[in-house]
Ligand binder design. Structure first.
Ligand code: UT7
Length: 332
């Protein structure tokens, strides 16, 4: 099936404050060597107190709109992938809508953690494929530093803050041999691993209370090895499926733009796919794991740097809490 939708603009925002591994070694029992060797991370960005999630999302969106040559008035829908929104209610997407000045369009959040951007991209592709909409803003944004337990060395060294955005618009209508656009998307979840990565307090199971705060149930809890194993397996299978659906082989892909959770996860999944490491885009050393923001940040950086060139194919894949995962193959 020829692509109906195409990414016509990208943007990202990273807060200016850098927190290095050396900074963390002063806060918890860890070291630069351990963090680099086990994750590939050297530093991450932290948002200052005056910045909230929708501020970062709106900044990334403004940049994507500019690249697309569009304004907020051209948007038909806003989808925000986030698990660290401005508030439990309403959706962060409506704050983004208000900050951008977009009116009377559907705006909603997706709670698919690190896979939130891929979920949003898949939904946008399907709305445009159905002919229901023309331009959809898809954002991945996280302000994880506000939900991290900064005394838990098992999680606090991993995460960072940031936002990435894309504008999905119509693909070129003239038939060509190698059409640009979203070639395939896959999204999936397995709730049997739901408790491997969660923020257990503050919802209907354990509503906010003094005990929730005292026991730090409002902070991220993770069984790292469970997620690690599931990530390698499912990132491999979702990537293979997205490529096969487009009638290609993994090695035909020009670039892999994977979720930046751990360099060892990326390397193992890519090795199973049989794709050389030279084709893998990486920025985890500079930004850490920014969850749903990680792929659109890396995509935007790689496009603006000229690393990804027009006509090339890019395979994106992500897995996180849920567990939820997904993949998308595009030709830019
Ligand atoms: O975005 C998607 C969601 N998240 C992920 O994809 C993360 C997936 N998981 C991972 O990336 C890895 O499991 C981690 C990086 C979180 C942990 O690496 P690991 O190789 O699985 O380490 P481990 O949990 O097996 O711990 C090994 C040792 C333990 O010490 P003992 O029991 O062997 O004495 C930990 O206590 O490393 C210790 N450790 C640390 N040491 C220094 C754990 N965290 C740290 C730390 N610094 N920050």
């Amino acid at each position: 099936m020829p692509p109906k939708a195409r990414i016509v603009g990208t943007g990202h925002y990273l807060p200016p404050l850098v927190r290095t591994n050396a900074d963390l070694a002063k806060m918890v029992d860890t070291s630069d060597d351990w963090i680099q060797e086990r994750t590939g991370i050297r530093e991450r960005r932290i948002a200052p107190p005056e910045i909230c999630t929708s501020d970062m999302a709106a900044a990334a969106a403004e940049s994507a709109l500019k690249m697309a040559g569009l304004t907020a008035k051209d948007l038909d829908m806003i989808i925000v992938g986030t698990v660290t929104g401005d508030m439990p209610m309403p959706a962060t997407a409506v704050f983004v809508q208000q900050k951008l000045g977009a009116v009377n369009i559907p705006s909603f959040d997706i709670s698919a953690a690190c896979a939130g951007f891929i979920y949003g991209l898949s939904i946008a592709d399907n709305f445009i494929r159905a002919g229901a909409m023309k331009h959809i803003l898809v954002i991945g944004v996280e302000l994880l530093s506000r939900v991290i337990d900064w005394e838990d060395r098992g999680t606090c060294v991993l995460f960072g803050d940031g936002a990435g955005a894309v504008i999905v618009g119509p693909a070129d209508s003239t038939p060509v041999e190698r059409p640009r656009g979203i070639l395939s998307t896959k999204i999936m979840s397995d709730g049997s691993l739901a408790r491997s990565l969660m923020i257990p307090g503050g919802g209907s199971v354990t509503p906010a209370s003094k005990e929730v705060i005292d026991e730090k149930l409002h902070k991220v809890k993770m069984k790292g090895q469970d997620i690690f194993k599931a990530a390698v397996k499912n990132l491999y299978s979702a990537s293979r499926d997205a490529v096969e659906e487009a009638g290609m082989r993994p090695d035909d892909v020009d670039w892999i733009c994977p979720h930046q959770a751990n360099l060892r996860i990326i390397n193992q999944a890519v090795e199973r796919l049989g794709v050389p490491k030279e084709k893998v885009l990486v920025n985890i050393d500079k930004v850490g794991n920014t969850s749903s923001a990680s792929i659109p940040i890396l995509l935007d950086q790689s496009l603006r740097a000229g690393t990804i060139k027009e006509g090339q194919t890019v395979l994106m894949c992500a897995l996180g809490a849920g567990i939820s995962w997904g993949s998308a193959l595009i030709r830019v």
